[in-house]
Ligand binder design. Structure first.
Ligand code: ZN
Length: 277
């Protein structure tokens, strides 16, 4: 199936009309908080890896053009942009944090607390890139990056019973308190699509006292949005600076419709059809 031209036309229309689909998804009207999701920023061979030079260009444009807030502050304000990283790759410390620090951009990294110092090698997250050690997590925190939890072992919460979910969520909160001497800045659901966590996961996250929790359901967050099921906007290897800008500006909020495995495939195919890696 050659979906490229049709998708290209659809997104062109979406860009022109603010991604409005009558009665379904409309462009998030201002004010609106948009939370960006990154994974590794390095040389990992993976769709979710962003090249360091692309990351720098994205952050330079962001710092010059938008108000970037710490995640919880953004939720309180109901506007602005927040920057987050999932998993806790070592290259977040070596490649991303120096750029963030130089530009004064606040960010949060959600770490897999039981896998630090090892590699994360599962499904969509496969790759050779190592995760930070606790020493390195403390170092990235000293550079101004807030630290949140991404469970103990990155299991798909929706597939777990209550005791297992509690072990993953409470355990991660406890690890962060023990190793950093302060509560986690927030929580991110592993994988994070609507099918990857459930109402029980949300309840446990709230009971554990996490101030905010982020999914990977695509989209912006209007004031009053559920702070324990925040939507995010994934940034990955297929994004160029123009698509990055369109996402940050809400011109691709249409992609909320593509919050599925098929949708993700379509989006990447579309990016590639534009000649983007
Ligand atoms: Zn993850």
């Amino acid at each position: 199936m050659d979906a490229g031209p049709r998708l290209k036309a659809a997104v062109k229309r979406a860009l022109k009309h603010g991604a409005a689909i009558p009665g379904k998804v409309v462009r998030c009207a201002e004010p609106c908080l948009r939370i960006l999701t990154y994974h590794s920023v390095g040389t990992r061979k993976h769709d979710m890896n962003v090249a360091p030079e692309d990351f720098r260009a994205q952050m330079e444009w962001l710092a010059a053009s938008h108000e970037v807030l710490p995640l919880a502050a953004g939720v309180e304000a109901g506007r602005g942009i927040a920057v987050t990283f999932d998993d806790g790759y070592r290259d977040n410390l070596t490649n991303a944090a120096p750029v963030l620090q130089a530009l004064g951009i606040p960010a949060t990294v959600f770490v897999v607390t039981g896998r630090l110092g090892q590699t994360l090698d599962l499904g969509d997250h496969a790759g050779a890139s190592g995760l930070m050690t606790w020493d390195e997590v403390r170092e990235i925190r000293r550079m101004g990056v807030l630290v949140g939890a991404h469970t103990v072992s990155h299991r798909r919460l929706a597939a777990l019973n209550e005791a297992e979910q509690r072990a993953e969520i409470e355990g991660a909160a406890r690890h962060i308190e023990q190793h950093l001497g302060q509560p986690a800045a927030g929580f991110a659901y592993p994988f994070g699509a609507a099918a990857d966590y459930n109402a029980l996961s949300v309840r446990i996250v709230r009971e554990c006292g996490f101030p905010v929790a982020a999914s990977n359901r695509y989209g912006g967050n209007r004031p009053g949005a559920d702070r324990w099921q925040l939507r995010r906007i994934w940034i990955d290897a297929t994004d160029t600076l123009p698509t990055f800008k369109a996402k940050v500006n809400g011109e691709l909020d249409l992609l909320a419709l593509l919050d599925s495995r098929v949708g993700l495939w379509c989006r990447r195919a579309f990016n590639r059809s534009l000649g983007i890696r």
